[in-house]
Write a protein that binds this ligand. Structure first.
Ligand SMILES: *Cc1c(COP(=O)(O)O)cnc(C)c1O
Length: 351
């Protein structure tokens, strides 16, 4: 296999910067399980403040943020309303079902965004033989929806509907800061709409590990129990938290560059034979390309692009995914466009 020089597989493919490494090396440390770690406490206070919540907890991953939140909100047999493309359905090894005993009920949204009517239709009547609809789960940005940003008004509408029906509300904010940068809406304005939410440190923010889950003090107390039970309680976690603090101080505003690069990539490949950005809009840092028109499988197309040192992600049988991040420059994008153009052009000549 050729060397990967440009990695668009995911925004998890970043390496800590020298500044981040320095912050990690210099962090004051304790033991978060025993009597707290000062740097972790600082990060948690920072994220709680950002979201306008009482408290927060550092988790080893975003997946554990979702799982712990679902464990706090739901009892076994409860139903979770979420979009059919939600990460909790597609990419968490069935954790909500396997560990929380909760059943996701998939709503058929558009690019990951669904409506209050769909929420109402998804809520089951209270009956002895019906599962209890318990939690509304939204993804900001919607990953498989194409990095779509939930507009604030749409979020207000679905969360208000959920609350009116007695549901708890949770936001998967793996790319929440991408949403705030793209929309100009403050993180706290999203935070006040939901009972619990989290941001991923290891996606666009460029940290090696972690997610931070926020909510009421009582919610975080419960989430802490699940963190311990799931084996997620750490010791000198300040090493990781320091990276998070550094990222929140230095890597948020620059997400706009990732968004511009993603748009440039989509524009660069738009119109190539058989390659269609889908969805056509690129609101944040994720670009999906439908390559079925080339006559190649997504795997074959991806392998051919990889020969140019450019790695794309495979999403499904129809679409490839390119995600921009801290370690991708505009020059990389130009090179990635040339690679895709080459492969698409070669496919056309064969056809
Ligand atoms: C990546 C991702 C997660 C999980 O985060 P990890 O830190 O990789 O466990 C959850 N939801 C969405 C939408 C994601 O993109």
């Amino acid at each position: 296999m050729s060397d990967i020089r440009i990695d668009l597989q995911s925004d998890t493919q970043t390496r800590p910067t020298p500044g981040m490494m320095r912050a990690m090396a210099e962090a004051p440390l304790g033991d978060e399980q025993v009597d707290g770690d000062p740097t972790t406490d600082r990060l948690c206070a920072m994220v709680a403040g950002l979201f306008g919540k009482e408290a927060a907890v550092l988790m080893p991953s975003g997946t554990m943020c979702n799982l712990a939140a679902i464990l706090v909100h739901c009892r076994p047999g409860d139903e979770i309303l979420c979009d059919r493309t939600a990460h909790i359905i597609t990419s968490e090894s069935g954790g909500p079902a396997a560990i929380a005993g909760a059943m996701p009920r998939a709503l058929d949204g558009v690019n990951g965004i669904f409506t209050p009517d769909q929420v109402v239709d998804g809520i089951r009547d209270v009956k002895r033989n019906a599962p209890r609809t318990r939690l509304l789960h939204v993804e900001q940005t919607a990953n498989l929806g194409g990095g779509t940003v939930w507009p604030l008004a749409a979020l207000e509408a679905v969360t208000e509907t959920a609350r009116r029906h007695g549901l708890a509300t949770h936001m998967d904010g793996a790319r929440l800061m991408n949403a705030t940068v793209a929309s100009g809406v403050a993180a706290g304005d999203y935070g006040r709409l939901v009972d619990s939410l989290w941001l991923d440190l290891s996606k666009g923010l460029g940290c090696p590990v972690g997610g931070v889950l926020a909510g009421s003090a009582a919610f975080i107390e419960e989430a802490w129990c699940w963190k311990q039970r799931l084996g997620g309680a750490m010791r000198q976690s300040g090493v990781l938290a320091a990276a998070g603090i550094y990222a929140l101080d230095n890597h948020v505003e620059r997400l706009a560059e990732d968004h511009a690069n993603a748009r440039a990539f989509a524009e660069g490949v738009r119109g190539l034979p058989g390659v269609v950005p889908d969805p056509g809009e690129v609101p944040t840092n994720i670009v999906f390309l439908d390559v079925t028109g080339t006559g190649m499988t997504t795997d074959a197309f991806r392998d051919r692009v990889l020969e140019h040192g450019v790695r794309l992600g495979r999403s499904d049988r129809r679409r490839l995914r390119a995600v921009t991040h801290l370690d991708v420059t505009r020059a990389h994008i130009d090179e990635a466009v040339r690679a895709v153009r080459d492969v698409a052009g070669a496919a056309e000549r064969v056809a």
